[in-house]
Ligand binder design. Structure first.
Ligand code: 5GP
Ligand code: ZN
Length: 141
C-alpha cells in the first residue's frame, strides 16, 4: 500500500526508532507514547486489521509480542504490561495497518487502558450473547 504510513515505517522507507526487526516484522517506538516504552509491532506486509491477517502470521505476531514485552519489562523495570490490538474505528483504530500495542505500566503511572467503566452482566445480555455466539460457532464446526 503506497500511501500507508505503517508500510513505510515497517519497511524502512521512513526511518524510525526500531527496537527489533526480522524478515516479517518491525517493532518501533510509538510516536505518541501512553507510557515510557510504548511500542508497536508492525508486520512488513500490509493487512488492514486482524481479520485480514493470515492465522500463522497472527500467531507469530503474538509470540513476538510476548518476547518484546519480556525484554521491555527487564529494560524499563515496569510493574505490569498491557498488550492491546485495536480493530475498527469503533475500537479506537486510527491507522489501518495491523499493529499490536505493547504498553508498559508503572505502579504510579497514568490510568489508561484496562481501566474502563464496567457494569454487572445482566441475565438478558448473558442469554442473548450466549445464544448468538453459539449459533455462529455451530455454523463453523
Ligand atoms: P491505533 O489507534 O490505530 O491503534 O494506534 C495507532 C498508533 O500509531 C498510535 O498510538 C499513534 O501514536 C501511532 N502512530 C501514528 N503515526 C505514527 C508514526 O508516524 N510513527 C510512529 N512511531 N507512531 C505512529
Ligand atoms: Zn500498510
Amino acid at each position: 500500500m503506497s500511501d500507508c504510513i505503517f508500510c513505510k515505517l515497517a519497511n524502512g522507507v521512513i526511518p524510525t526508532a526500531t527496537l527489533y526487526e526480522d524478515s516479517l516484522f518491525r517493532v518501533i517506538l510509538d510516536a505518541n507514547p501512553a507510557t515510557k516504552g510504548h511500542c508497536l509491532i508492525l508486520p512488513k506486509e500490509h493487512y488492514a486489521n486482524l481479520w485480514e491477517m493470515p492465522e500463522d502470521l497472527t500467531a507469530k505476531a503474538f509470540v513476538l509480542a510476548r518476547r518484546i514485552a519480556a525484554a521491555m519489562t527487564e529494560a524499563m523495570h515496569c510493574d505490569g504490561f498491557n498488550i492491546v490490538q485495536n480493530n475498527g474505528t469503533a475500537a479506537g483504530q486510527t491507522v489501518f495497518h495491523f499493529h499490536i500495542h505493547l504498553i508498559p505500566r508503572y505502579k504510579d503511572g497514568p490510568a489508561i487502558v484496562a481501566n474502563w467503566p464496567q457494569s454487572p452482566l445482566t441475565d438478558g445480555d448473558r442469554d442473548a450473547i450466549l445464544s448468538a455466539f453459539r449459533k455462529v460457532m455451530a455454523g463453523k464446526s
